[in-house]
Design a protein around this ligand. Structure first.
Ligand code: C2E
Ligand code: CA
Ligand code: CA
Length: 406
C-alpha cells in the first residue's frame, strides 16, 4: 500500500542510496535487504561505519535540517526501502505532543553538531550552524522554553541569580509586623526578571523544586535569624516558606527541615510552611504524617490560596492546619463585589470556629485593610503595606515600621 508521502523504492546491490555531501529530503526505513554506511573523512579516506538491516532508519537527519548528508549509504544486497519525506515527517511532528516534538528536534540537532565536531564531514562550510537552528526552536515554542528554563535553573541557583525576597505580613490588631513570606526571585542576565509564577511550575514538573525548596528553606531561616537580630525583634518575627507537593514526596523532607532549623538556630514556632489544598488531596496519607510531625515540632501550617481549590472542607479537620490564607482574588474586588465580601466574611468565621488564624493576601488599598480589620481578620499582606523586598530593605523597613497604617 502506498500513500502520497510514503513510497517504496528498490535498489540493486551496489547502488548508492545517498551520497555524503549531497542534499536530500528523505529518510528511509529498510523493508528488505541491508545497507552499508561509510563516511569520507577530511583526510579523504572512506571508512565503513555501520551496516543496517531490516527495520533500521537511514538518512533521518535530512528530515530535520537542510544540511547535506553526513554519510554515503550503499545497498549491500538488493533492497526495498520505504521513503519518508520531510513533508510527511513535519506533518507528523506538528501533530505530536509539543514537548516530544521539540525534544526530538533538539536531540537531532545536537547529534548533527556532534558529528561536525567529530570531523567526519566532507564539507563543513554549507552547514547551517547547529546552534542557530536550536535557538530558532527555542525562541518559537513554549515547550522548549520550559526545557531551557529547567536546564538553566540549577546553574542560576549556584551563580546567585536566584534569591529570595520577603514580604511583610501585618498583625491587624496592632499594626505591627508579624512576619514575612519568602518569595523566590530570578534575575536572569539576558531575560531579565523571570516571575516565579512562570518558573516554579516548570521546576515543579522537572522535579528540581525539591533542591530549590531546600535552598529556599535554609536561606529564609538564615535570613529570619539575621532580621530578628538586626531589628531587635528577637523571637517575635515569623517566616512563611512555600512548599510544593513534590517536596513532600522527597524521602528526606522532614530530616532536611529538622536539620535546617537546628543548624540555623531559628525557633520552630517562628516557621510556617505554606502548602496548597492540592497537596493534601494528592497525597493525603503521606502529607498528614509529615505535617503532623512538623506541627508537633512547633511549626505552623498554612493553606495558601484558600478558597480557590477544592470545595470539600473536610480536609480542614483531617490535617493539622493552623492558618488559612485567603486568596487575593477575593480581596481584590471585595469592596465592590458583595459575593467576594460575603465569602471573605465566611472564611474568617470558619477560621475562628476551627481555631485557625486568617491571613488576607493581596491587600492593595486602605479600604480593603479597614474592612478586613472590621471583619476580625488576624493578619494581612499586600502592596498596600509593603511589597516583597530584599533582606537589606526588610531590615530598614521593619526598623522604621509605621504601626498606624491601619
Ligand atoms: P503566592 O504564594 O500566592 O505568593 C503571593 C504572590 O502575590 C507573590 O507573587 C506576591 O508578590 C504577590 N503579591 C503580594 N501582595 C500583592 C498585592 O497586593 N497585589 C498583587 N497583585 N500581588 C501581590 P510572586 O512573588 O510573583 O509569586 C507567585 C507565586 O509563585 C507564589 O504565589 C507561589 O505560589 C510561587 N512561589 C514564589 N516563591 C516560591 C517558593 O520559594 N517556593 C514555591 N514552592 N513557590 C513559590
Ligand atoms: Ca504563598
Ligand atoms: Ca497565595
Amino acid at each position: 500500500m502506498h500513500t502520497p508521502d510514503k513510497s517504496q523504492k528498490t535498489f540493486n546491490k551496489g547502488d548508492i542510496i545517498m551520497r555524503q555531501g549531497e542534499f536530500g529530503e528523505s529518510a528511509y526505513i529498510i523493508e528488505k535487504g541491508s545497507v552499508e554506511i561509510s563516511v569520507k573523512k577530511l583526510s579523504g579516506d572512506s571508512i565503513l561505519v555501520a551496516t543496517r538491516g531490516v527495520g533500521a532508519i537511514i538518512g533521518e537527519m535530512s528530515l530535520i535540517d537542510n544540511a547535506p548528508r553526513t554519510a554515503t549509504v550503499t545497498a549491500k544486497e538488493d533492497c526495498t526501502l520505504l521513503e519518508i519525506t520531510k513533508d510527511d515527517f513535519t506533518r507528523r511532528l506538528d501533530a505530536s505532543d509539543p514537548v516530544l516534538r521539540m525534544t526530538m528536534q533538539v536531540i537531532l540537532t545536537r547529534y548533527r553538531d556532534t558529528l561536525i565536531r567529530a570531523d567526519i564531514r566532507q564539507e563543513p562550510a554549507p552547514l547551517p550552524a547547529a546552534e542557530s537552528i536550536e535557538l530558532e526552536y527555542l525562541g518559537k515554542t513554549d515547550a522548549v522554553d520550559n526545557i531551557r528554563i529547567s536546564n538553566e535553573f540549577m546553574e542560576a541557583l549556584s551563580k546567585g541569580e536566584i534569591c529570595l525576597h520577603y514580604q511583610p505580613i501585618i498583625n491587624m490588631q496592632d499594626g505591627s509586623v508579624y512576619g514575612f513570606e519568602a518569595l523566590m526571585r530570578w534575575f536572569h542576565p539576558e531575560r531579565g526578571f523571570i516571575s516565579p509564577g512562570i518558573f516554579i511550575p516548570i521546576i515543579e514538573d522537572s522535579g528540581l523544586i525539591v533542591e530549590a525548596s531546600k535552598w529556599a528553606f535554609k536561606e529564609s531561616c538564615n535570613a529570619l535569624k539575621r532580621i530578628q537580630g538586626q531589628t531587635g525583634y528577637h523571637n517575635d518575627l515569623n517566616m512563611s516558606v512555600n512548599f510544593s507537593s513534590t517536596d513532600f514526596s522527597s524521602d528526606d523532607f522532614l530530616d532536611n527541615i529538622y536539620n535546617t532549623i537546628s543548624e540555623t538556630d531559628v525557633q520552630a514556632k517562628n516557621i510556617h510552611l505554606e502548602i496548597t489544598e492540592r497537596l493534601l488531596m494528592n497525597q493525603p496519607a503521606q502529607a498528614k504524617e509529615t505535617l503532623d510531625m512538623c506541627r508537633k515540632a512547633g511549626m505552623g501550617i498554612s493553606i495558601d490560596d484558600f478558597g480557590t481549590g477544592y470545595s470539600s472542607l473536610s480536609y480542614l479537620h483531617a490535617f493539622p492546619i493552623n492558618t488559612l490564607k485567603i486568596d487575593q482574588s477575593f480581596i481584590r474586588d471585595m469592596h465592590e463585589n458583595e459575593n467576594s465580601q460575603a465569602l471573605v466574611k465566611s472564611i474568617i468565621s470558619l477560621g475562628k470556629n476551627l481555631d485557625m488564624a486568617i491571613v488576607a493576601e493581596g491587600v492593595e488599598q486602605i479600604e480593603e485593610g479597614k474592612l478586613l480589620k472590621e471583619m476580625g481578620c488576624d493578619y494581612a499582606q499586600g502592596y498596600y503595606f509593603a511589597k516583597p523586598m530584599s533582606e537589606e530593605d526588610v531590615i530598614k523597613c521593619v526598623s522604621n515600621w509605621d504601626h498606624d497604617m491601619i
